[in-house]
Design a protein around this ligand. Structure first.
Ligand SMILES: CC(C)(COP(=O)(O)OP(=O)(O)OC[C@H]1O[C@@H](n2cnc3c(N)ncnc32)[C@H](O)[C@@H]1OP(=O)(O)O)[C@@H](O)C(=O)NCCC(=O)NCCS
Length: 195
């Protein structure tokens, strides 16, 4: 049966499902950060963090926050500072194991990228873990092997970034100003058709 896919902002009642998805994805890799650290990242930038519903089920999430280029948040840190940066750091992306390989991960990244351009970000960065750098490279991220990640990300972690071309970026407006701490509310939820 085909379930509708919807991407929307994260709500308080999502946390049990998000924490379960995170533990399922990262416990075996020793990279689990836990609810307080995840919540702090959403608090830092609610407009760039999203939940993905597959039918009535929360089937994935993506967390991103402004962060200085070539740096990355410590895994278990509770971000208390909101950086003023035109670099948006894609801190985490997880899709439920049984729903992987259907384009849901890429749909979340596309949603983020479109919103980031509207918000005036110029670059998206991330730390690829668990061998996922090939997934990110296929989307358009470039490995920046000169950047040294904190040891918390595990051996083989790769810092990557992707420029958001200025000609495709919409100029900041009064309604959507350039990022500077308090971001405007995020793009409205969207529905997607995926394979
Ligand atoms: C990475 C992840 C989000 C991808 O989500 P997804 O919905 O399966 O991805 P999509 O269906 O949009 O894309 C599938 C493609 O990505 C590839 N891919 C998916 N996960 C991958 C991984 N961990 N490493 C390498 N390639 C991967 C698939 O092989 C497939 O390639 P194809 O299009 O050439 O067939 C998902 O595998 C996941 O949640 N992994 C655990 C958490 C994780 O590692 N997150 C990234 C941390 S930086």
């Amino acid at each position: 049966m085909n379930h509708p896919v919807r991407i929307r902002r994260i709500a308080e009642e999502d946390w049990d499902a998000i924490v379960a998805l995170e533990a399922g994805a990262y416990t075996a890799l020793g990279l689990c950060e836990g609810r307080p650290a995840l919540e702090a990242k959403v608090r830092a930038s609610p407009a760039t963090c999203f939940a993905l519903d597959h039918g009535r089920r929360l089937a994935g999430y993506l967390l991103a926050l402004p962060y200085p280029g070539s740096e990355s948040p410590a895994l278990t840190s509770r971000e208390e500072v909101v950086f003023h940066s035109r670099n948006l750091h894609l801190h985490d992306l997880v899709i439920a194991r049984d729903l992987r390989g259907r384009g849901l991960g890429k749909a979340l990244v596309r949603h983020l990228t479109a919103g980031a351009r509207q918000l005036g970000y110029e670059q998206i960065s991330l730390v690829a873990v668990g061998g996922s750098h090939t997934f990110w490279a296929a989307i358009g991220f470039t490995a920046r092997r000169e950047v040294v990640n904190s040891p918390g990300y595990g051996p083989g972690s790769v810092y990557m970034s992707m420029s958001l071309p200025p000609e495709q970026a919409e100029r900041p407006t009064a309604e959507h100003p350039a990022p500077a701490g308090a971001l405007p509310s995020g793009a409205p939820s969207r529905e997607y058709e995926v394979g």
